[in-house]
Design a protein around this ligand. Sequence first.
Ligand SMILES: C[S@@+](CC[C@H](N)C(=O)[O-])C[C@H]1O[C@@H](n2cnc3c(N)ncnc32)[C@H](O)[C@@H]1O
Length: 181
Amino acid sequence: MTGSTNALRRRAANHIMQRQLTPAYVLEPVRAALGGTITLDPCTEPDNPTGATRFYTAEDDGLAQPWGWADSIYVNPPYGEARDAWVKYAASLGASGTRVIVLMPAHTDTRVFQEALSAATSMVLIKGRVKFGVLRENRRQEAASHPSALIGWNVDLAECEHLGHRFTLTNGSAVQEESNG
Ligand SMILES: C[S@@+](CC[C@H](N)C(=O)[O-])C[C@H]1O[C@@H](n2cnc3c(N)ncnc32)[C@H](O)[C@@H]1O
């Protein structure tokens, strides 16, 4: 198990398994929680599957681009070694007031998950495994091998609460559990 996890983490950024596209049943509530528009998707495919107003692809290297101009950002980071840097970039903008939502594995024991929560305002622990749209020739959807969470900064994720348990956070601590899935 450790071997396969490490193999996934070491895959190149353009590896097909890094392209875990957000399924519509998650994407649309995320868009609604951001006020109806994703202004920036900083890590995506050239055909802009999230319909963001602006987007960066692997060729642009979204991590090297500015994000601070955007007022609503959705990040579903590449599933590999670099994920922590994406989450940290998103969290830093969230801490300075931008509306940001990150979809990430709900590995609650990891440093990056704990850091992400420190200034977040809302979290949804998604029930079941997300069925990502993995880009394959047959466009097959596969359930993720990990649980997932939506973490929000300066949003309340109320539109996403039907996906699981929603928590409102202040300084990284849950002040209220808003739903019980
Ligand atoms: C998990 S997918 C998310 C795709 C899309 N944003 C979505 O939610 O459906 C991660 C995407 O990041 C892209 N990617 C990988 N490295 C990148 C980089 N350095 N800059 C921008 N995008 C990158 C991959 O090609 C892939 O399309």
